[in-house]
Design a protein around this ligand. Structure first.
Ligand code: BV8
Length: 268
């Protein structure tokens, strides 16, 4: 188990980042946690509506985030997703999101490349100014008609009925445009993620438990292609022993510190 990372580990990681020209970053719920959004597995029922506390307490990703759960109880699942959607809309990007947008600005030009692969469905990276975002697991902000597959962007207020009726086909309903367990990731997103992992010279995994595939496998693809690997997480994960630099701490603090150490001449 890596020791909690000190300044020397941060300095080493910052040196690698300063030398990198083609960077790929994978983010998970631990980045948005700094904006007050619950993580997927460390969730607490703290401020849920009373009738959903029980649901969230025994929350199991394989239970609710699946087509089977939606088919069995579309009203309950869409109510839960609409509650999460409104939380995401109310959330603001944090310094970790902004640090990644800054990193893209530094590398995204002719001098290099930057790809942000996110498992998050809250669109906070885009709100922070990130432009080249690959949404591996879709978006909770956008919904789609279950019959036509056409996307629908709901207004920033609660749906009035559950499951919400589709505006695209009479009698059909809407579902969140996320990837549920057992569903394939969007082909374009998958292709973009593999291309980024195969071509980067530095891969950074931030705020993810690294247990969901295929997203958790991109680090190994990058590593196999000779990329330097960095992890930022509050606690050790299954990849912590495999990365070149494991930085333990909050993403909203570590990411800005990492960029300062890498790029601020006066910080060295
Ligand atoms: C696929 C969207 C194939 C929805 C999500 C059995 C049956 C079916 C499938 C499988 C199975 N066994 C294995 C599988 C494959 C499965 C999988 O990997 N399962 C796991 C659980 C074993 N994968 C899939 O099903 C994928 N599809 O394989 O399709 C296929 C191919 C062709 C045709 C048909 C099918 C689809 C996976 C996508 C599922 N959807 N989300 C929604 O949001 O509701 S996944 C869900 O977990 C999240 O959305 C997130 O994307 C993902 C990973 O979670 P994390 O982001 O890592 O969050 P987590 O809470 O776990 O961890 C937070 C981390 O942050 C922690 O490490 C914590 O320490 C850290 N942290 C917390 N606070 C901070 C912090 N770090 C820093 N700072 C902080 N402040």
């Amino acid at each position: 188990m890596p020791e909690s990372s000190g300044q020397s580990e941060l300095t080493a990681a910052a040196g690698a980042l300063a030398r990198a020209r083609r960077v790929a970053v994978l983010t998970g719920a631990g980045v948005s946690a700094e904006s007050g959004l619950r993580t997927f597995r460390g969730a607490t029922a703290a401020d849920l509506p009373a009738d959903m506390q029980a649901l969230w307490k025994e929350f199991d990703p394989m239970r609710l985030a699946t087509p089977e759960a939606f088919d069995a109880d579309p009203a309950m699942v869409t109510r839960w997703y609409d509650w999460r959607r409104l939380g995401c809309l109310a959330a603001e990007p944090n310094p970790g999101h902004r640090a990644l947008a800054t990193l893209e600005g530094r590398l995204g030009g002719a001098s290099g490349s930057f790809h942000l692969l996110t498992q998050n469905v809250d669109r906070l990276h885009q709100k922070a100014g990130s432009r080249n975002v690959v949404e591996l697991h879709g978006s909770i902000i956008e919904w789609r008609c279950v019959r036509t597959g056409r996307a629908f962007l709901p207004p920033p207020e609660p749906f009035e009925s559950f499951p919400p009726p589709s505006p695209h086909a009479a009698g059909a309903v809407l579902r969140p445009n996320v990837v549920w367990f057992g569903e394939a990731l969007p082909e374009a997103a998958l292709a973009a993620a593999y291309a980024a992992a195969e071509s980067c010279d530095l891969f950074m995994s931030v705020g993810t438990s690294s247990v969901v595939y295929p997203a958790a496998g991109f680090l190994d693809v990058a590593s196999a292609n000779g990329a330097v690997t960095i992890e930022v997480n509050r606690e050790p994960t299954p990849i912590s022993e495999r990365v070149d630099h494991c930085l333990l701490g909050r993403s909203g603090e570590v990411l800005p510190a990492l960029l300062r150490a890498a790029f601020d001449a006066d910080a060295r």
